[in-house]
Design a protein around this ligand. Structure first.
Ligand SMILES: [Zn+2]
Length: 384
């Protein structure tokens, strides 16, 4: 996630801290030391309350981290890659790259987090009852409640909450239709998010500052729910389009030995941003966006193969791949064009522009509303 700093790596997963985490950490420590602990454990010094507040918020974030880690470890056990866990404003988020998974896998992954929170709640409850000393008893009093709240909140069956993910997995298993399952789970998520926002507004009116927090959280959940559905629709639309259809077969092929200055003079008026560089021993792509500023003298010396990306380093496409595979590879490669390779040979290019253009058309006139065939007929009729 942007704006994050890496703390450490565990089980091959980068643990990151987003800058927004600090706001919550400070706010939480302050409100715990100013209101919560003085209320339940009166007659302590100010320093003591601050120490309790800071320790409790740190341990709450450790609890959140362990919650996310349990999602991630189940994912890893199912051979799904987990890149990172980021702690941020609203808790934690695990960067799990694969979104297509078996319903049973998604269900287990979704439930692992809340179950671990319940487990932590029980542990802190027992610590609280052991009554070791005042400090530990007070901190565990807060933490067992928060871990239980975290579990219950996350089990609400609205996407993108864990309960919503579990709900979607069950719906997906039942209907065998990911779009429909997502639509229903997202509707649940939006309903809950709206409820949070309304609750927050009422709280604010009645003079409770925490209302603002509910409004933010509700808005955030609503936004994610919407984006998740769009992502599934995007996938649905793009999966029906073959790379074959979008592939550009004709392209300018430049010599790897050509000097950059010569290339600039020759192609200054060309529309393309990406060129194929192909010779006997080198095939690659020259993406002008990725070439930094070259001083004049350098331009005379540098050859195209030196500033091109070799084909074997680029994640390429096959003719039979669909546009969604291509869409994902743009992000992985960081290039605006992906080569289509068959039997080790470059046979065409697919550009991001082309996919986006097609996507806009599909969204506008395509199957989104079940209107595809109707509109197609209209268009062809107009042409006549
Ligand atoms: Zn979770």
């Amino acid at each position: 996630m942007r704006g994050s700093t890496k703390l450490f790596t565990i089980f091959g997963i980068d643990i990151e801290l987003h800058f927004t985490w600090w706001f919550v950490f400070i706010l939480l420590s302050w409100s715990l030391s100013a209101t919560f602990f003085p209320h339940y454990f009166p007659e302590q010094t100010k320093e003591m309350y601050w120490m309790m507040g800071i320790t409790a918020s740190l341990l709450l974030f450790v609890s959140v981290l362990l919650h996310e880690l349990s999602h991630s470890l189940v994912a890893q056990a199912k051979k799904i890659k987990v890149k990172s866990i980021t702690l941020f404003f609203f808790g934690g988020v695990a960067g799990i790259t694969k979104e297509e998974m078996k319903p049973s896998t998604e269900l287990q992954m979704a439930l692992a987090g809340p179950f671990f929170s319940i487990f932590l709640g029980v542990v802190f409850f027992l610590i609280n009852r052991l009554n070791v000393n005042f400090f530990i008893t007070a901190i565990s009093f807060y933490l067992y409640q928060l871990n239980f709240i975290l579990a219950i909140f996350n089990l609400i069956p609205g996407y993108p909450l864990d309960g919503g993910r579990a709900f979607r997995a069950i719906l997906y298993w039942y209907y065998k239709d990911l779009k429909k399952a997502t639509r229903i789970a997202v509707a649940g998520g939006k309903l809950f998010a709206s409820f949070l926002i309304i609750l927050g507004v009422f709280a604010l009116i009645s003079g409770t500052g925490a209302g603002l927090w509910f409004i933010f959280l509700g808005g955030f959940l609503y936004f994610i729910a919407n984006a998740s559905y769009e992502q599934v629709v995007l996938k649905d639309v793009l999966e029906d389009i073959k790379v074959k259809e979008l592939m550009q077969k004709k392209f300018v092929s430049l010599s790897p030995e050509m000097e950059f200055s010569k290339f600039i003079r020759k192609y200054v008026n060309n529309d393309e941003d990406v060129f194929v560089v192909k010779g006997k021993s080198f095939t690659g792509l020259l993406d002008l966006e990725r070439v930094g500023r070259l001083p004049g003298k350098m331009q005379d010396v540098v050859k195209l193969k030196q500033i091109s990306m070799p084909l074997h380093q680029i994640k390429s496409l096959k003719m039979e791949d669909n546009a969604y595979v291509a869409f994902r590879k743009f992000a992985e490669n960081g290039l605006n064009v992906i080569p289509v390779v068959e039997k080790g040979k470059l046979i065409g290019l697919v550009s991001r522009k082309k996919i986006m253009h097609r996507l806009v058309w599909e969204m506008k006139f395509g199957k989104l509303d079940g209107m595809r065939s109707k509109i197609k007929r209209k268009v062809s009729w107009k042409k006549k």
